[in-house]
Design a protein around this ligand. Structure first.
Ligand SMILES: CC(C)(COP(=O)(O)OP(=O)(O)OC[C@H]1O[C@@H](n2cnc3c(N)ncnc32)[C@H](O)[C@@H]1OP(=O)(O)O)[C@@H](O)C(=O)NCCC(=O)NCCS
Length: 155
């Protein structure tokens, strides 16, 4: 028998996605998780760009960017892929879609923070063209260091 993988579509998140987003947060992060309240707020504010990846009716990944200060720096606030859906390009697709949304609104730079110890995410961001801008000692809940990365969206 041949089983084909269901196709995955990216679309803007809506409030009904909240349980799916919370589940991905819980599966993806041990600390510094976005709370229900914070996520609900992000789904409402006009300067947020929240995209989800949907497969067979289920949300399997999401990316969130804050496009607050028009025309300057877009902040990639969160990116997470459900463990079963990792390694098939979804993280990269979502990141590229957030960058496109930022570019369309006139942003020229994307910035984000990542834990020094987060090898997969650092590899993804490196492959996507992000460079290290600053080290952030004790940036995370448990005291772990972060890195601030940046990418020029002009090219
Ligand atoms: C980081 C994360 C979003 C990557 O998502 P993904 O869908 O698995 O990533 P992709 O399949 O799009 O990979 C894109 C590139 O990232 C790099 N990469 C991704 N996962 C990797 C891994 N486990 N090891 C090494 N490189 C990896 C590779 O360069 C990869 O390109 P390639 O497949 O051509 O080699 C995912 O692992 C995740 O959700 N992790 C937990 C949450 C998290 O840490 N989010 C980031 C917070 S800053």
């Amino acid at each position: 028998m041949v089983t084909s993988r269901p196709s995955i579509t990216l679309r803007p998140a809506h409030p009904a996605d909240l349980p799916g987003l919370l589940a991905i947060e819980a599966e993806s992060f041990t600390g510094d998780r976005l709370s229900r309240r914070a996520l609900r707020r992000w789904l409402r504010v006009p300067h947020a760009c929240c995209l989800v990846a949907e497969s067979a009716g289920a949300v399997v990944a999401y990316g969130l960017a804050s496009l607050h200060r028009a025309g300057r720096v877009a902040r990639v606030y969160s990116l997470a892929v459900s463990p079963g859906a990792r390694g098939s390009g979804l993280g990269g697709r979502l990141l590229a879609a957030l960058e496109s949304a930022a570019r369309e609104r006139g942003y020229t730079v994307a910035r984000l923070e990542v834990a020094v110890t987060n090898g997969p995410a650092r590899a993804l961001y490196r492959a996507a063209g992000y460079g290290e801008r600053e080290r952030l000692p004790g940036y995370y809940e448990g005291g772990g260091d972060g890195l601030r990365l940046e990418k020029c969206l002009d090219s």
